[in-house]
Design a protein around this ligand. Sequence first.
Ligand code: ARG
Length: 461
Amino acid sequence: EDGALWGGRFAGGPSPELAALSKSTQFDWQLAHYDLAGSRAHARALARAGYLTADELTGMLSALDELDARVHDGRFVAGEQDEDVHSALERGLVEISGVELGGKLRAGRSRNDQIATFVRMYIRDRSASVGLLVAGLIEALATQAETNFDVIMPGRTHLQHAQPVLLAHQLLAHAWPLVRDLDRIQDLRRRLDESPYGSGALAGSTLGLDATAVATELGFSASVANSIDGTASRDLVAEFAFVLAQIAIDVSRLSEEIIIWNTKEFGFVTLDDGYSTGSSIMPQKKNPDIAELARGKAGRLIGNVTGLLATLKALPLAYNRDLQEDKEPLFDSVEQLEVLLPAFNGMVATMRFDGERMRELAPQGFSLATDVAEWLVKRFVPFRDAHEISGGCVKLAESKGVDLDGLTDEDFASVSPLLTPEVREVLTVDGSVATRDGRGGTAPVRVREQLAQLRERLNEV
Ligand code: ARG
């Protein structure tokens, strides 16, 4: 008895090379407490179906408790001979309960339905903890938006000055995608809510075990409808890996802005010392490494979801050992976000904006040209003409080396008699921002509404 779960038909144990390849305890050990929970529920199902006496069940449960305690404090660990967490825990159970009793637990289950169940339980738990971190980032963005509510900045398209916007509007534009990521997690949790336990290797069990009871005990609201699907599918793993990658991508877009805003040329933001790094050679340096690591990790998480999808592509039903390759990318994506987001949230919460600098740049680059055109539209000039006239103002201002508000009344009149001196009213960033008061716009009244709406949504998810 070398601990392997499948010695019977083999002449000898696996070659050392196979054992080395096959081994997964170095990463699947973290599923041990799900495995033990599954074993408890399964023992009860066996007892209810008459395969364990009441005494045997008591003995089995107390052996599982003892094993749990040993796993918890490190007295029981995976050994060289253990192929995976499931085999290791069966070895541990037998050590405690004796082979007579411990050998009965495996009836009616397979590592295939076990692992499919535990991966779902893992995603259920860790999607909740990642969700809390994402909510923390949304909260940090909302607080920065509130604190800097008066700041107006150059809004950009193509990275060129486009129209002035509230910094709050820009920050909240990074918050909403994260709210949708939380929605995605919630939605995924609905699909996760079915337990594959009891599917056996693929075809179900002959033993009349109550899969629904096991599902309930493990915190699922149902067991899967199809045992082949239950053991062979990993679309939920891929879906979660996608949501994690999308979170990283959303964070990377904010990172890129912070990195740009943090340059000497922009000078929009100062990072707190505790959330910046120095250079080993250049004493003056203060670098936005957290944002850069976030950008880099987004690539890594994309790799994880891509790898998972490649593993699943054209994989025949039902279980194939390929599926063991689902765990490392899944765990990695979770662990990367769990180490990134606390640092990232701290950086966002503590960064300081230079409101004056942003306001100074906001009207530059003729960013008020649309306001001139829309001022004309409000005077019933067709937009085609208004666009043309405003473009004429930009051309004139550019040739004079001034911005739009540097044009004189005569300059405006020379471009078009429709441009009376009142046009100046829209040539301030405050005026420009305040008049963009359509739903979803950057006008302060709208952004206040938006903040309230965001906070409300945050309470729901
Ligand atoms: N360790 C495997 C996995 O992670 C589960 C065991 C199934 N092994 C097997 N030979 N059927 O997918």
